[in-house]
Ligand binder design. Sequence first.
Ligand SMILES: Cc1cc2nc3c(=O)[nH]c(=O)nc-3n(C[C@H](O)[C@H](O)[C@H](O)COP(=O)(O)OP(=O)(O)OC[C@H]3O[C@@H](n4cnc5c(N)ncnc54)[C@H](O)[C@@H]3O)c2cc1C
Length: 479
Amino acid sequence: MADRMLQFVRLPQAQPEKRDLAERRTDFGEIYREYTQAAAAAQASRCSQCGVPFCSVHCPLQNNIPDWLKLTAEGRLEEAYEVSSATNTFPEICGRICPQDRLCEGNCVIEKGFESVTIGAVERYITDTAWERGWVSPPTPRVELPHSIGIIGAGPAGLAVAERLRRRGWGVHVYDRHDRVGGLMIYGIPNFKLEKAVVLRRWRQFEAGGIRFHLDCVVGRDVTLAELRARHDAVFIATGVYRPRDIDCPGLGLDGVVPALDYLTASNRNNLGDAVAGFDSGALDARGKRVVVVGGGDTAMDCVRTAVRQGAAAVTCLYRRDRANMPGSMREVKNAEEEGVRFEWQAAPEAFVGKDGHVAAVRATRMHLGLPDATGRQGVAPVPGSGFELPCDLAIKALGFDPEDVPAMFDEPALAVTRWGTLKINHRTFMTSLPGVFAGGDIVRGASLVVWAIRDGRDAAEQIETWVRARAEPARAAA
Ligand SMILES: Cc1cc2nc3c(=O)[nH]c(=O)nc-3n(C[C@H](O)[C@H](O)[C@H](O)COP(=O)(O)OP(=O)(O)OC[C@H]3O[C@@H](n4cnc5c(N)ncnc54)[C@H](O)[C@@H]3O)c2cc1C
């Protein structure tokens, strides 16, 4: 091993090349090129195989990262794929969009001066290779069991449950209000981070394995939760969080002031070849416009970078804290800066100023960063007399998301929620207040990450199986 690993002492970190700036600013293709096998092996060999792998500890899936890095360094890619896919339903997706700088790579123990192993890029390389070489198999079970599950929501949480239970022989039915599978992976996250073909090929594999998708099906309208409970042995709710947070300032009703997800969904659908009314009319297209995005998270970064690619005249991000306090991934902030986005740090909107009913400017004020509060986050306060105006034709609000009123949506007042409106579950069993109804992903955690949704789905699948089997056994014994 000593020959192959620990190469960080002589080999510098090399992330996959980014596509040429001039090219990538004008299309929606992913910005990182794929490693060659030699580059993946070389970068994997930088791993120090440390005794306590903090990369695994800080991975929500506890992926066995040092093991698959070593196998990659040795050219044993099929085994590397087996190890990486044993703990992760979508390693190729996590390889692309996990904020590795805050998770595995951010906790790599290689001395700071040497820089971490490029874990995400190697993970992506392994799984893309597995797809190319036909090692990724549909979740076809060996035996069919009499159990069935109804899953509400075809995002990563719902899909992770679907995959686990289908492989074990369950009848799996996934209900989603959208016409495509993937949740925010298909209509939220833009192509330049996650090309849609990567999500669509999983959908095809899942169908090939016998998972039944009921699309364009709004639970609460086309079918009730009570009907799904009667139809299946268990139900898993993974409906995500979609209610946009708003700002309290004048001018919100002006044309051209839009919520982030409307904007991103229109762009994603347009890239998938759909006719989108708001996009085709120009209302949700940034072409030629001066765009101001309010917010500093991943959604805001996705909006600014989408606007650049649509050919906006200028793109500015308005964020009330400073760069160091941004909640989004630093890698994405850097990409946005490279692509020409201007950041107005420590600035917040006071009003959207209109002309003939359409937004014409954002009036903003500078913010002062105060002392950290109990959570460690610095408070903010407006700096008196610091107001300024940014000319603007399209203002995008990217201030985060809250849950919809799920008990009302499903007409089930007995479904308990927390004070934040997320579903209340027993965190050991994943069961909600309704027997046999389980939940996970963003609708339980609040807006989070794909990797956490996968974790919830995989853990919940175990618990669902335990619960259904426990109920089935006494019934069988009595018969
Ligand atoms: C713009 C944006 C960018 C992001 N970027 C990243 C990133 O780079 N990396 C990362 O890790 N995470 C990112 N996230 C977060 C990540 O996408 C979510 O945490 C994750 O998708 C949550 O998974 P989920 O399965 O809980 O819900 P979702 O992915 O939201 O899926 C929920 C599904 O439920 C369906 N649904 C809802 N209500 C009903 C109903 N009544 N009937 C039928 N179906 C219903 C929805 O149509 C949807 O398909 C981003 C989020 C956004 C908004």
